[in-house]
Design a protein around this ligand. Structure first.
Ligand code: FPP
Length: 245
């Protein structure tokens, strides 16, 4: 990273960034490439953004990589995305572990083929004590499915209605133990949440970049951090009052 331009970070940096990595398909189409080439370029970019997050002192990064709705894409694309996940684990796990990245999965793992589930579980187990950065990979993830799963588990655990309050619900989500995202970034310009972290993102700041994900680089991330630092988070309070941050 010797030729990388040093950037002066703002005073206030988010603890947890979540990203909707959108625009891989459009990036590929603009180059007359197949959609999967866009997803592969997306993975290359993820590596760069992950490094930038470590550089910028981000502690939690959550990425939306495969949604519960993505099963409706063409079979070849779904298969290709599953293969990409497997390749990434095979190729990158050791390096990620050495860098101190803790891998977590959020979503319904049980729908993946058994060998892939096993690789994901192994990656989680291998990296569980790493402290540099927590990387939550949302795979077969849906915010509504997450809330349904939480409710089912709350009921199964025999929790009485008067014990159900917000902190308890948070503890039953896939993200239990993670702080809520401070900043949610969506690339490729769409203005919607797409079923991503709909509980956890209740008070997140949003940043929409028009750039397609494969080109959302360190400088773009830095711009998002500067924009975040300029926002006053009010959590429903009036301007100037103290926030619980
Ligand atoms: C959205 O772009 C992107 C996805 C649905 C997949 C994102 C997945 C990756 C970058 C791979 C990540 C892999 C691992 C292992 C974490 P789109 O296809 O919806 O783009 P479009 O809206 O331009 O068509």
């Amino acid at each position: 990273m010797t030729d990388v331009k040093p950037l002066k970070l703002p005073d206030k940096v988010p603890t947890h960034i979540a990203i909707i990595m959108d625009g891989n398909g459009r990036w590929a189409r603009a180059r007359s490439l197949p959609r999967l080439a866009g997803h592969r370029a997306g993975v290359d970019n993820l590596r760069r953004v992950l490094e930038a997050c470590v550089e910028f002192g981000i502690q939690y990064l959550t990425i939306y990589a495969f949604s519960t709705e993505n099963w409706n894409r063409p079979v070849d694309e779904v298969r290709g995305l599953m293969n990409i996940l497997e390749e990434v684990i095979d190729r990158e796990l050791q390096k990620l572990n050495e860098k101190g990245v803790q891998l977590r999965h959020i979503g319904r793992l049980e729908r993946l083929r058994p060998e892939l589930q096993e690789k994901v579980r192994h990656a989680i187990e291998l990296t569980r004590n790493n402290q540099k950065l927590v990387l939550n990979i949302a795979w077969n993830y849906g915010g509504r499915a997450e809330i349904v799963d939480a409710i089912q588990q709350i009921v199964a655990d025999g929790i009485s209605p008067d014990e159900v309050e917000e902190d308890l619900v948070s503890r039953y989500l896939y993200t239990a133990g993670c702080p809520d995202p401070d900043l949610i970034i969506r690339t490729a310009g769409e203005l919607r949440a797409s079923n991503f972290l709909i509980w956890q993102g209740a008070y997140s700041e949003w940043y929409i970049a028009s750039t397609y994900w494969p080109e959302f680089d360190r400088e773009e991330l830095f711009k998002a951090l500067c924009e975040y630092a300029s926002r006053e988070r009010r959590f429903g309070r009036v301007p100037g009052s103290v926030s619980p941050e």
